[in-house]
Design a binder for this molecule. Structure first.
Ligand SMILES: NC(=O)C1=CN([C@@H]2O[C@H](COP(=O)(O)OP(=O)(O)OC[C@H]3O[C@@H](n4cnc5c(N)ncnc54)[C@H](OP(=O)(O)O)[C@@H]3O)[C@@H](O)[C@H]2O)[C@@H](O)CC1
Ligand SMILES: Nc1ncnc2c1ncn2[C@@H]1O[C@H](COP(=O)(O)OP(=O)(O)O)[C@@H](O)[C@H]1O
Ligand SMILES: [K+]
Length: 504
């Protein structure tokens, strides 16, 4: 799915109105109906005594008024509270007129805000994508009042005060919603950690926005769901053999961290690689051969760290980093790997300590072969770049980093973001907080290595499929283990089922 800017969302509205030959108030009615149906469905499980709708002067307020009418006609006890304004949008005015007189509708007055009965709910329809500046004055007071009440808030399109695709100044008032319900496509604001307490859980409802407009809209951000990827993983041909799927080399582990190599190796095998060779320090030999008999062990002469780069000529892709440690000899291995992989156009994946080494030896960043895939968590990313002021800034750093180094970079977390050399960002939709557990990232590296070794996949598809399947495997595992009980090995067990759903 594409993520449109606030401006493009308005243009999509207009394109839909023209192409479908409908009036703008008819499109508003669609949006309001979708929201009302969602809310009624939601409330049937959590009975509410009263619904209080707080409506602003624009189309977000117009949506709120249409929802108020629909809920009233469905038998709900509804109260409308209007934010006074000098001007109102035409569709606000139409829906104000359509509001049945039986619905109490009152203008908000400073310091005389309504006290809400227990078990009532709030619908926040003050401001949506048309927010043009931070809230102040009466609007800010209303937001503070809503946030201080114990009542659950359901936001239409955006929690009021939050910009759809830009940061607001620190401490500017924003509604804290339990749920945010948007239309057709997700907004960038939904996906950022800094907005988690404001947006709450979210979903988007289809309202038939013009497909052609969306198809042609140039965007920098995508939201990757099942539909986006399904069919992108090639099936394994009948007469395929292990050579078809590539031979991967994994350099991982150090004394005390051979487990990281084991996890990445298992994930790589479950990711469908044809052959896997693992380079660990000598201390890892018996552990690896015992824990992962399917992998070949190519042990380093040194006991505790990797100190020598093996010959690379048989491999289709190389992954380096999980549990690697940061011994000076390992830096030289990384330096040689970057150089030789560049010469041989060998796909590379860099994770964990390989990234930390890049952070302390920044000159190596200029040696990254084109299309290298890096998988930092935010702290590792900071070591490669700089400290971000906020989540939007971090995403711009990611875009710039990928452009500058012609690389793919996976910024891990909830809604993991993949940056591409073109400066595009792809946000992943799968995964759960149970995956915040040691070794989850090693599993991702192994899986990505398998997909990069498969020559049938582009670098972009390999990365997107790997990130999505990793999160989905975590979700499948959590159904059995619960989130707290989830460990990285559980993710590995579900890689197969997660990939199967994506096959062509
Ligand atoms: N395609 C879709 O997704 C569809 C979207 N739809 C709905 O439309 C919504 C967008 O509506 P919208 O464009 O009218 O903007 P909205 O958010 O109501 O605010 C604009 C008003 O607020 C005012 N204002 C702004 N900032 C302010 C501030 N800080 N403090 C005070 N005032 C401020 C601004 O005035 P001005 O900036 O001109 O001074 C103007 O009066 C969208 O979120 C969704 O709910 C559906 O109906 C149909 C399909
Ligand atoms: N709250 C979350 N929601 C979704 N995915 C998560 C969440 N927390 C962690 N993950 C995923 O788990 C993995 C953790 O990686 P990382 O931090 O490198 O762990 P480790 O270093 O322990 O292996 C990443 O792929 C990340 O996207
Ligand atoms: K709103």
């Amino acid at each position: 799915m594409k993520i449109l800017s606030a401006e493009q969302t308005r243009a999509a509205d207009q394109a839909t109105i023209q192409a479908a030959n409908i009036r703008s108030d008819q499109l508003m009615e669609r949006a309001a109906t979708a929201f009302s149906e969602w809310l009624i469905n939601h409330l049937s499980q959590n009975a509410a005594s009263e619904v209080h709708l707080f409506c602003g002067p624009g189309n977000n307020g117009g949506d709120g008024l249409a929802v108020a009418r629909q809920l009233h006609l469905s038998g709900y006890a509804v109260h409308v509270w209007l934010l006074p304004a000098a001007t109102h949008s035409p569709d606000f005015i139409i829906n104000r007129q359509r509001l049945p007189t039986a619905v109490p509708c009152v203008e908000l007055v400073s310091k005389k805000f309504p006290t809400l009965a227990p078990r009532s709910i709030i619908v926040d329809a003050l401001f949506g994508t048309g927010l043009s500046r931070p809230l102040e004055g009466l609007a800010a007071e209303v937001v503070q009042h809503l946030n201080s009440s114990e009542t659950a808030v359901f936001a239409i399109d955006l929690p009021s005060g939050l910009f759809a695709d830009a940061p607001q100044p620190p401490d500017s008032p924003v509604v804290r919603a339990q749920h945010t319900v948007g239309f057709e496509l997700p907004k960038l604001a939904y996906l950022l950690p800094q907005n988690a307490q404001l947006v709450g859980t979210w979903e988007v409802l289809p309202i038939g926005l013009n497909k052609e407009f969306i198809h042609n809209a140039p965007v920098e951000n995508y939201f990757v769901d099942t539909n986006f990827l399904v069919g992108r993983l090639p099936k394994r041909p009948k007469f395929a053999h292990k050579g078809t799927f590539g031979h991967a080399l994994l350099l991982a582990g150090s004394f005390g961290k051979i487990g990281a190599a084991v996890l990445a190796a298992r994930a790589c095998l479950h990711g469908g690689v044809g052959l896997l060779t693992v380079r660990t320090p000598a201390v890892g030999y018996i552990i690896l051969q015992t824990a992962v008999p399917e992998a070949m062990a190519l042990t380093d002469p040194a006991s505790d760290f990797i100190t020598e780069l093996p010959d690379l000529k048989s491999y289709a892709a190389v992954g380096i980093g999980p549990g690697l440690g940061q011994d000076p000899a390992t830096v030289e291995v990384l330096r040689q790997l970057l150089q030789q992989a560049h010469e041989a156009s060998l796909p590379l994946i860099l994770d964990a300590d390989a990234l930390n080494l890049l952070g302390t030896h920044r000159e190596l960043l200029d040696q990254l072969p084109p299309n290298t895939l890096l998988t930092p968590h935010p702290k590792e990313f900071e070591r490669l770049t700089e400290r971000a002021h906020n989540d939007y800034h971090r995403l711009e750093l990611l875009r710039a980093f990928c452009r500058r180094h012609t690389c793919y970079c996976v910024l891990k977390g909830a809604y993991t973001a993949l940056g591409t050399p073109e400066g595009l960002l792809y946000f992943n939709s799968t995964g759960n907080p149970g995956m915040g557990t040691g070794g989850s990232g090693d599993v991702l590296t192994g899986l990505l290595l398998a997909l990069r070794a498969d020559q049938r996949l582009s670098p972009l598809d390999a990365a997107l499929l790997g990130i999505f399947a990793h999160g989905h495997a975590g979700d499948l595992a959590a159904q059995q283990t619960g989130e707290a009980g989830l460990i990285a090995s559980d993710i590995v067990r579900f890689i197969g089922p997660a990939l199967a759903g994506l096959e062509r």
